[in-house]
Design a protein around this ligand. Structure first.
Ligand SMILES: C[S@@+](CC[C@H](N)C(=O)[O-])C[C@H]1O[C@@H](n2cnc3c(N)ncnc32)[C@H](O)[C@@H]1O
Length: 271
């Protein structure tokens, strides 16, 4: 088992992460090294991205590539990497973590090959903003990944919940996680870049990168629908003003709240 780490400057981290996730959909470990950010993936030789692919995708942003052999306990280390998180009443955990006390809302997420253990700043920020809303009404989880946001919404009392993602692995992971959590969740494969806009809902959750959020601002929602609440994340704090203005102008929304964690930001936009 090999650990392949790429190191980039902070200002290149978003681009590098987006490209690396496309090359390594099993998930990426993020380590802050001070002046640089390290993104690491684990795999056997042949499964991991190769240097020419990395250079083609991330190119000039690469500062360093480091590969190390990982001992045979890699699976345990990988599992150790996923810690359960608590956000308000929600306890988001992997299937191998113990169940929480019965008064907690247990959200069991096996990310499979999809993004979304709940541990990433952007996911957590979305969950925090979701807790600010009256828990009722339809939800659209755009870029649902593992389904963590939509499943958490169901557990809080929102519904019905639908979601889309362009990755087959995300549709599979969301379907399976919804089954394990015993919540209804209608999920479809849909690429925002090629399949056109997606349908709206009372609450839209969109943990996407800046270009896709700007795409939503440009294209709107199918049938011209507009959410009452739009939680948008996956953007850097430095991008928040631009993305907020674009979405508010296009959809007639107002920014009600902005939260920041690490270098990431999330927006709550309301009608
Ligand atoms: C940052 S992850 C968010 C996952 C999960 N919702 C969460 O909050 O943890 C972004 C998701 O958007 C999906 N995505 C990226 N580009 C997309 C596109 N063009 N159309 C639809 N989904 C896309 C990715 O596959 C990924 O699952």
């Amino acid at each position: 088992m090999i650990r392949l780490a790429i190191r980039v400057r902070h200002q290149d981290a978003e681009l590098a992460l987006a490209e690396l996730l496309a090359l390594a959909p099993h998930g990426v470990e993020e380590v802050d090294l001070g002046d640089r950010v390290e993104f690491a993936v684990y795999g056997v030789p042949g499964e991991l991205p190769v240097l020419p692919d990395l250079e083609a995708a991330i190119g000039g942003a690469l500062v360093e590539v480091v590969t190390t052999e990982v001992a045979d306990d890699w699976a345990e280390r990988w599992r150790d990497f996923h810690k359960p998180i608590d956000v308000g009443p929600l306890h988001v955990r992997a299937p191998w973590h113990p169940a929480p006390a019965p008064e907690r809302l247990d959200v069991v997420i096996d990310p499979g090959q999809a993004f979304g253990t709940g541990g990433h700043h952007t996911t957590r920020l979305c969950l925090e903003l979701l807790l600010e809303l009256e828990p009722a009404g339809a939800v659209m989880d755009v870029g649902c990944g593992s389904g963590v946001l939509g499943i958490a919404a169901e557990k809080l009392g929102f519904g019905p919940v639908r979601g889309i993602d362009h990755e087959v692995a995300s549709v599979a992971a969301t379907t399976e996680n919804a089954r394990v959590n015993d919540v209804p969740f209608g999920v479809l494969r849909h690429d925002l870049l090629t399949d056109g806009p997606v349908g709206s809902a009372q609450t839209v959750l969109a943990n996407l990168l800046r270009p896709l959020l700007l795409r939503i601002a440009r294209d709107g929602f199918a049938g011209g629908g507009t959410p009452q609440n739009l939680i948008a994340s996956g953007l850097l704090e430095t991008e928040a003003d631009e993305v907020s203005a674009a979405l508010c102008d296009a959809l007639g929304l107002q920014e009600a709240e902005r939260r920041v964690s690490g270098e990431w930001a999330a927006l709550l936009l309301v009608a």
